[in-house]
Design a protein around this ligand. Structure first.
Ligand SMILES: Cc1cc2nc3c(=O)[nH]c(=O)nc-3n(C[C@H](O)[C@H](O)[C@H](O)COP(=O)(O)OP(=O)(O)OC[C@H]3O[C@@H](n4cnc5c(N)ncnc54)[C@H](O)[C@@H]3O)c2cc1C
Length: 396
């Protein structure tokens, strides 16, 4: 029997997290990275992976910095819209928080791009830099621990040995299971509808975050007069909104959002649904293995933090592994995990609690929430802290 092929690093999952990590590892000096993705690429090289569906993503200033270090920021911004301000409000309640880039002394707070474009930019870079072998379609069936790494078995019948195995294979990660790590799944009973809308007037680069009794919604600016809508609520509330005629959907949206904020909506694109199951891996590192991206934490999309949090993880992971000949050494992986734990915990908690906090309509809780919004609007230093966190440039 011939010995299996051996690579220093193998990443399972070619979504946003997997592709970005491959690029960061190459930049950090790893000579060879193998990426295994179960979905095929389209003929024109467009990614089909679930990360790159019809959604859009708000990229924080910190994430844009990481793309800058990879030399990808300018290309990414060719089809992205700068966020000039963020507006947080609660329907039928006092208080509104407005965070402005200009007040923070910044050209933008972040930028919004369609996931398809993000995928194109990442895939083109992967093809360009060399040293990254992307296999798609290629599904990993199992991974078995060896004395010096992991042995991966693919559905295609291949065996590959690697010294570091990265689980970037999404919330239901098979590789995480192969590591023997559990995950906590919380079915919120809620789902998100996402769709693009087109306004009759300019959006002015404002990202809106609005909390409703049924759940939060976000409207993110896209190039032109388009905006990306993420509207969350119980399955009972959202199901009819997915199917109803456009006019009815627009009327419901304007009712929840307040027509004065946006002006008339000219058009609505196709609607998609996404069940909101939150996942948090219990433990993220084992000898020769690490869990990242959605496989490590799948968040409520309310604050647009999931990918931004992962980018901070991935940047530090690549820095920790560097050009090491023993990239799977447990001490390095543990150091990485310990350094990322506080930021991860805070964002995971916040993304769990925020919708609950804003949903509560009773007594002192509701009162403190309103006070919180008002205080934030009045107290620039507190607001700056909030902005810094939202932008992903302050993690502590
Ligand atoms: C509605 C919505 C809006 C969002 N908006 C934002 C936002 O504005 N800002 C933000 O920061 N984040 C946002 N997020 C979060 C963001 O989308 C996720 O953080 C991101 O998609 C995670 O990417 P991933 O690569 O970790 O996982 P996935 O996208 O789940 O990718 C996993 C990949 O692994 C592959 N795979 C699975 N099993 C195998 C196998 N056995 N072998 C090989 N390959 C396999 C899959 O095909 C897939 O391509 C949003 C999420 C949602 C749902």
């Amino acid at each position: 029997m011939t010995a299996p092929r051996s690579v220093p690093v193998a990443i399972v999952g070619g979504g946003m997290a997997g592709l970005l990590l491959a690029l960061l590892l190459r930049q950090a000096g790893q000579r060879q990275v193998l990426l295994l993705e179960t979905t095929p690429l389209q003929d024109d090289g467009l990614p089909l992976a679930p990360s790159f569906d019809a959604r859009s993503t708000a990229l924080s200033a910190g994430t844009l910095q990481v793309f800058d270090q990879l030399g990808l920021r300018e290309t990414l911004l060719e089809q992205a819209e700068p966020i000039l301000s963020v507006d947080v409000s609660r329907k039928s309640r006092l208080g509104q928080v407005r965070i402005n880039a200009a007040e923070e002394g910044l050209p933008m707070l972040g930028a919004v791009t369609e996931n398809r474009w993000l995928g194109r930019v990442l895939l083109a870079a992967v093809a360009r830099v060399g040293g990254i072998e992307l296999r798609a379609p290629c599904a990993v069936r199992n991974a078995r621990r060896q004395p010096d790494g992991y042995l991966i078995e693919t559905e295609q019948g291949e065996s590959i040995h690697c010294r570091l195995l990265v689980a970037a294979d999404g919330a239901h990660s098979r590789v995480r299971q192969a590591f023997g790590l559990d995950a906590r799944h919380q079915d919120t009973g809620h789902e998100a509808i996402f769709a693009n809308i087109e306004l009759q007037r300019d959006h002015g680069g404002v990202a809106w975050e609005r909390f409703l009794d049924a759940g939060p919604m976000a409207l993110l600016p896209l190039p032109g007069r388009r905006m990306a809508l993420v509207w969350t609520g119980t399955q009972r509330r959202m199901a009819p909104l997915l199917e109803c005629p456009s006019e009815q959907f627009i009327a419901a949206l304007q009712d929840d959002f307040g027509i004065d904020r946006l002006g008339p909506i000219a058009r609505i694109g196709s609607r998609h649904r996404y069940p909101l199951v939150l996942t948090h891996a219990i433990g993220q590192v084992v000898p020769f293995g690490v869990v990242v991206g959605n496989a490590a934490h799948t968040l409520h999309p309310v604050a647009g933090q999931g990918f931004n949090l992962s980018v901070r993880d991935l940047a530090l992971l690549a820095q920790t592994v560097g050009d090491s000949d023993t990239p799977g050494a447990l001490t390095g992986l543990q150091r990485y995990h310990a350094a990322r734990a506080a930021d991860q915990q805070q964002i995971v908690q916040a993304s769990r609690l925020l919708p609950e906090l804003f949903r509560a309509t009773w007594g002192p809780f509701a009162h403190s929430r309103q006070l919180g919004l008002v205080a934030m609007d009045l107290w620039p230093r507190l607001r700056s802290g909030f902005a810094a966190r939202a932008m992903g440039v302050q993690h502590a």
